[in-house]
Design a protein around this ligand. Structure first.
Ligand SMILES: NC(=O)c1ccc[n+]([C@@H]2O[C@H](COP(=O)([O-])OP(=O)(O)OC[C@H]3O[C@@H](n4cnc5c(N)ncnc54)[C@H](OP(=O)(O)O)[C@@H]3O)[C@@H](O)[C@H]2O)c1
Length: 287
């Protein structure tokens, strides 16, 4: 594999993937609104646009990260959510099929209903909001396409420009001596975006659905641990409950992931401390 195309390269995860893959492979990155000189600008909701580009570039691998991740807005604007989360995935599948490219499609642990926790790849998704439904539908665009890998992941990143990351927002609030409430009853399996990129490189021959994660941690536990590592005042972080935040769209409670499959097949295993150390190192370079 030598030629790689990353969609959503201007996004939170896309930036980490591009940083990892560009020095190693002939890598092209796509963006849309946040155009920079590094990336080609393409509206992936438009049928045919990607097919034409892929015919020219002939990538052997396409990593698809494009999504509209605003959960509340997706519940209000269904057509836009379908276009950005599902139609874009369909267009990636069609373009890949034309040139026989492998696809890595980035999905989410939010496809599960959150009633059980520690979900394995054998568990059946039951999305609780339209963002999650659209992500589950997007996965299905690749079910019949053999050379494709669907990665369900919840990542941590540090990006101070464009969309603000959770980590950057938290540290900014604490530095301003602002009190923040983080939920103690919602659980994820966060992995640093750079780790996702690094691990993905060793998974490129795999197909089907795979979970990547670090364990089972609440947003509160994750925030307190990050603040400690950043030398910030953890007394400003108050534990809260998902119900009290009154989001417009329902949220799943426990969408932590069982990652035995990737541990056994590839030896990939991590824990929150290691992921937060990597995040803090990235933050120190960025600031
Ligand atoms: N954020 C999380 O915590 C999280 C958790 C689990 C899974 N995921 C999944 O991980 C993936 C990446 O998430 P993220 O947080 O990195 O998303 P993000 O920062 O919002 O990035 C989305 C990307 O999609 C691109 N895009 C949007 N509209 C487009 C269009 N019409 N045509 C072409 N590209 C378009 C954006 O480009 P421009 O900005 O240039 O417009 C951007 O590069 C998604 O599939 C998401 O569902 C995210």
């Amino acid at each position: 594999m030598s030629k790689c195309l990353i969609t959503g390269a201007s996004g939170g995860l896309g930036q980490a993937l591009y940083a990892h893959f560009a020095p190693r492979y002939a890598t092209s990155g796509l963006c849309y609104h946040n155009h920079t000189a590094d990336f080609l600008r393409l509206d992936l909701t438009q049928p045919g646009a990607l097919t034409e580009l892929v015919q020219d570039l002939r990538p052997e691998l396409i990593i698809n990260t494009v999504a509209w991740t605003d959960v509340d807005a997706c519940d209000q604007q269904l057509a836009k959510a379908l276009a950005l989360n599902v139609h874009t995935a369909l267009h990636v599948r069609q373009a890949a099929e034309q040139v026989g490219a492998r696809v890595v499609h980035i999905s989410t642990n939010d496809v599960f209903d959150g009633l059980q926790g520690l979900y394995s790849e054998a568990d059946t998704p039951r999305p609780v909001n339209f963002y999650s439904w659209s992500k589950y539908m997007a996965e299905q665009m690749f079910y019949g396409y053999a050379p494709s890998l669907i990665l369900r992941v919840h990542f941590l990143a540090w990006y101070a420009s464009g969309k603000q990351s959770f980590a950057h927002w938290l540290c900014q609030q604490l530095r301003r001596q602002q009190t923040v409430t983080l939920v103690q009853d919602q659980f994820n399996s966060p992995v640093y975006a750079g780790t996702v990129a690094h691990w993905l490189e060793s998974m490129l021959e795999l197909t089907g659905v795979w979970h990547l994660g670090s364990g089972r941690y609440s947003r509160y536990a994750c925030g307190v641990r990050l603040a400690e590592k950043m030398g910030l005042n953890t007394d400003l972080i108050k534990p809260g409950y998902l119900h009290d935040l009154r989001f417009k769209a329902p949220r799943p409670y426990d969408v932590s992931l069982d990652c035995q499959k990737v541990r056994q097949a590839c030896g990939l295993e991590t824990h929150l401390d290691a992921e937060l150390d990597a995040l803090v190192a990235a933050a120190e370079i960025a600031d």
